[in-house]
Design a protein around this ligand. Structure first.
Ligand SMILES: [Fe+2]
Length: 306
């Protein structure tokens, strides 16, 4: 065999191996890891001494489209953990027919105390774009030219509020959950400039057992405002934890102002605790996850030692 033919055959083999690895990787990220849900659990000591434990379930970024049966079944099973409070930080929808199956999957969770805010994807349907573009471009630029929401966010809000959940989009509420007195404030999505912190601004009541700040996107400007007003626990989603992560490096991009290190999980943010959920779903235009499994989180809030 001539040298040229040997080299051509070697190059063809290398290309075939590279292609097979690429196909396997995409298959893993889009079929296996995207449906490999996990429940993260944390215990956070921030309630006044003597308070009962408050179990909080944090849901985020379901991005629901028709046919996500595995995702819906997994959400349906979360009620078995018996949370005292459910917090949905938005991006529940990604399709005009997603409200009914999402509400159906929440099921008995809607009978528990709950609060919610919306994300951009509850208002605007996904538009196809190069899936790799998120590596170099913040997606808020995609919304600047789109004026009118085209997804049924009003129906989503109505279904949750009719069940008793509280709408915290630029709104504050005081309520009891699991025997704990909660002062909660939330804002709409800063990613599409619908956040109006001024409507909830002011010191949170220090007499409340828990001062809770809720938002879709963990934008530092707003996190700083919540901390300055005395909120102790800040919950957000939006980042998807990066969605495509690298082993030993982690999150590549956060799609907002939060740093990569705090793009998912529980961290300190000034005097507060910040929990950012990596979320349950993916954008339909980039239906892959790698080193960043879809998740919900169970936060057990317990009393500080006296
Ligand atoms: Fe999202």
């Amino acid at each position: 065999m001539s040298t040229v033919r040997r080299r051509l055959r070697g190059a063809a083999k290398a290309a075939a191996v590279t292609g097979a690895v690429g196909v396997a990787g995409i298959g893993y990220a889009s079929v296996i890891e995207r449906n490999w849900f996990r429940l993260r659990r944390y215990e956070i000591p921030l309630l006044p001494p003597g308070s009962p434990r408050l179990r909080l379930l944090h849901l985020a970024d379901a991005h629901l489209t028709p046919g996500r049966r595995l995702l819906l079944d997994w959400i349906r099973g979360l009620d078995s953990y018996e949370p005292d409070l459910v917090v949905n930080t938005g991006d529940s929808l990604a399709h005009e027919r997603a409200v009914e199956p999402f509400i159906d999957a929440l099921g008995p969770l809607l009978d528990r105390p709950g609060v919610f805010v919306h994300g951009s994807n509850d208002l605007f349907s996904p538009q196809f774009k190069n899936p790799a573009r998120y590596l170099w471009r913040n997606s808020h630029e995609d919304y600047d030219k789109r004026k009118s929401p085209d997804l049924p966010w009003r129906e989503l809000s109505a279904a949750m509020t009719e069940s008793g959940w509280l709408d915290l989009n630029n709104h504050a509420e005081r309520f009891k959950a699991g025997g704990v007195d909660v002062a909660a404030a939330g804002i709409h999505d800063s990613h599409i400039k619908l956040d109006r912190y001024s409507r909830v601004a002011g010191p949170a009541d220090p007499g409340a057992d828990l001062r809770l700040g809720v938002m879709h996107s963990p934008e530092p400007t707003n996190l700083d405002r919540f901390v300055a007003d005395g909120y102790q626990l800040l919950l957000a989603g939006h980042t998807h934890g990066g969605q495509l992560c690298l082993p030993f490096f982690g999150t590549l991009v956060t799609n907002c102002g939060i740093d990569r290190r705090r793009a998912r999980g529980l961290h300190r943010y000034g005097s507060a605790w910040l929990h950012v959920s990596a979320g349950l779903g993916t954008s339909p235009t980039a239906p892959v996850r790698f080193c960043c499994r879809p998740e919900a989180s169970l936060l057990d809030l317990v009393a500080c030692e006296g």
